[in-house]
Design a protein around this ligand. Sequence first.
Ligand code: AMP
Length: 429
Amino acid sequence: METISSVRGFKDILPGEVEKWRYAEEKAREIFSCFGVREIQIPILEKTELFQRGIGETTDIVEKEMYTFTDRGNESLTLRPEATASVIRAYVQHSLHAQDPVSKLFTIGPMFRRERPQKGRYRQFHQINVEFIGVGSPFMDAEIIILLMVLLRNLGIEGLQLELNSLGCPECRPAFRQTVTLFLRDRTEDLCEDCLRRRDTNPLRVFDCKVEGCRQVIAHAPQLLDFLCADCSAHFENVKEYLKIFDLPFEIKPRMVRGLDYYTRTAFEVTASSLGAQSAVAGGGRYDRLIAELGGPDIPGIGFAIGMERLVSLMPAANESFVQNPDIFIAALGDVPRLWAFALCNYLRMAGVRAEMGYDEKSLKSQMKRSDKLMCAFTLILGDREIQENKAELKDMKKGTQETIKLDNFDDIAEAIISKASGRNEEIV
Ligand code: AMP
């Protein structure tokens, strides 16, 4: 029969790879707890209006990348292309500001954008999102960037570059916008079709264009940093100063604008040249107007998103703790020993031991091979004689040594395996 494959740009994450994802998530959760960041879980589906209003009608995401459909109730719904708008929607809907003026939240999950799939770019991808809501101080900007870099470092990722810019505020951005529009008007013949449109609807979007001609135009465009008002300028200086306290090297990228309209002031990206064309592993920024724009109180926020696919591809491959191999394999020879093996195996699992067994009538050699393949620390061999004599051989698969253990008390066996396996783990460390 013909097979059915997954949808283009939608990827399976298979066992073997999934452990790396889990490891990254666990490390993230550990670090988040040190920074007082709490988890929030939000739906994958939202009203389309949320993203239109939150991200901006004239952004690439909203214009051409969203998975939007009309449901049976005639409502326009969208698979979330990013998490910030949803987190803020939940924050406002549940009046979280009334419970605590400062909220530090994280969420982990899939996002959907109908982009052209290529290496490092998928239509369903996953993000770790962090949002700090309620404080406008530059300490928050520095803290969230420090958190991001600590996490990436803890995952053993090297060769990263932190890029910073300031996108100003509603005070200083209009003058910049106007200057850019005039600048672009003089270069009409060098702009792509999209950018000709963007020039009038949302000129800052031109800064994101990947078309070579537009990139060359942008390389000479005015810079937002030259237009910052006194407050935005002081804010940016403080952020840089606080980052320097932690010896966090960064590069100022005066033409980095990021793909969403809601950013104000600090914008940042972390890139790794080893990722190739899709070099950004994480990005974020301050969004001091977004919460009010979504009907909430006029309070500031800042956040970032890490792309899981790119993150995992940057993590070093060899790390013992990614995969947890079984502690023990029970090789059974014959019907009665197999019944014993079944009882013992499940008993051990309930006691916290990672146990596996041979389910079919197979030779000892083939069962030992399976134990080896699963990389079990120990193998217990159970035959009729072992059951009769109430003792069996426990083989240490790494050392090749054997010892006899009694079978009359499963608790004792569990205890012995646990202490041996933890001794083994210490050896690995
Ligand atoms: P953004 O929400 O566009 O700022 O993206 C934040 C991070 O999500 C990026 O730095 C990437 O690591 C990741 N990301 C964004 N879009 C995709 C995609 N289509 N496929 C894989 N990862 C993505």
